[in-house]
Design a protein around this ligand. Structure first.
Ligand SMILES: Nc1nc2c(c(=O)[nH]1)N[C@@H](CN(C=O)c1ccc(C(=O)N[C@@H](CCC(=O)O)C(=O)O)cc1)CN2
Length: 300
């Protein structure tokens, strides 16, 4: 099925543009009031192709909304101690409102140690245990961008979540675990009954078929097939794996975790890859940076 003939597509790209326009309006108001514009910094270690693209897009998104941005690049032989020292510099730089360390990091660096070193009030990825803990407790927090982007996308598409059974596939700290927590929260935009499935789950296909909403976040291309989805279900595809394809100029095609050709005809609504969840991740990162700059979660 071609994207252009599918009417049940959830347009994450447009929704992200709408959010960016709202942020840009706030930034313009800050500027007009003579206030400092939000400043996002990003640390990129090494030369992973995907990470290069995502960080470039984050910098471009900052320009689009009127934020200042700083990109700090390091070779993949940077030591953990050196990286932690850079994190500490950003923690203490009054010009920087929030920063991220692009993941994945090289194997010799412990990502948990790096994330824990970020001051929670500057953790605009929402990965620090303090922000995760506050989210779990239902306290104001800088929320992880992809999970909050999924909830926001469902809300802005007018997709009802209250009382629905949501099956999340994948339990990563970045997406699967936090999105399952957010979707189960007693919020107008959530209130789902959530089942979190993972590599040890038995009868996965059977469980998926009971879902009103499927969130696929396992990083395995086209893992979710037509036989796993109930007709009428909403399908959210978080995967963005680059699969080698010599016929493409880039040398790869981007694949989601959902077999789009099989699942799209069944789903009442489905996110495409690209153009679904990915752009929302960047829009929500900008929103977190604005919140950090305004001291909304942790007053300055
Ligand atoms: N520090 C972080 N690292 C990583 C995160 C994160 O949220 N913070 N998430 C992912 C990667 N990611 C953000 O950094 C990300 C992934 C995909 C997209 C996106 O817009 N994808 C496009 C396609 C882009 C392409 O051509 O490859 C789409 O789906 O339309 C944005 C951000 C892991 N690391």
């Amino acid at each position: 099925m071609s994207l252009t003939t599918t009417s049940n597509l959830i347009d994450g790209k447009q929704t992200a543009e709408d959010i960016k326009a709202e942020i840009a309006a706030e930034v313009a108001a800050l500027k007009a009031a003579g206030k400092k514009v939000p400043h996002l910094a990003a640390i990129l270690v090494g030369h992973d192709g995907g990470s290069e693209t995502y960080v470039r897009n984050k910098v471009l998104a900052c320009e689009r909304v009127g934020f200042a941005s700083t990109l700090l690049r390091y070779e993949d032989d940077i030591t953990e101690a050196e990286l932690l020292a850079k994190v500490d510099e950003l923690n203490h730089d009054p010009e920087i409102d929030g920063f991220i360390v692009q993941l994945p990091l090289p194997k010799h660096i412990d990502p948990e140690k790096v994330i824990e070193a970020i001051r929670p009030e500057k953790d605009v990825d929402g990965f620090h245990p303090m922000n995760i803990g506050r989210m779990v407790a239902g306290l104001p927090a800088l929320l992880p961008a992809t999970p909050s982007g999924i909830v926001e996308l469902l809300a802005r598409q007018g997709i009802k979540t209250s009382g629905k059974h949501c099956v999340v596939i994948g339990r990563s700290n970045i997406v699967g675990t936090p999105v399952s927590i957010l979707l189960a929260k007693n919020l107008d935009t959530a209130n789902c009954t959530v089942t979190l499935c993972h590599s040890r789950t038995q009868n996965l296909a059977e469980i998926c078929r009971t879902a009103d909403i499927v969130v696929a976040a396992i990083g395995r291309p086209e893992f979710v097939t037509g036989d796993m989805v109930r007709p009428g279900a909403v399908v959210i595809d978080v995967g963005t794996t680059r699969v080698a394809d010599a016929t493409k100029k880039s040398g790869y095609v981007l694949k989601g975790d959902v077999n789009f050709a099989e699942v799209a005809p069944l789903a009442s609504a489905i996110t495409p890859v690209p153009g679904g969840v990915g752009p929302m991740t960047i829009a929500m990162l900008l929103l977190n940076t604005l919140r950090a700059a305004k001291g909304e979660i942790y007053p300055r």
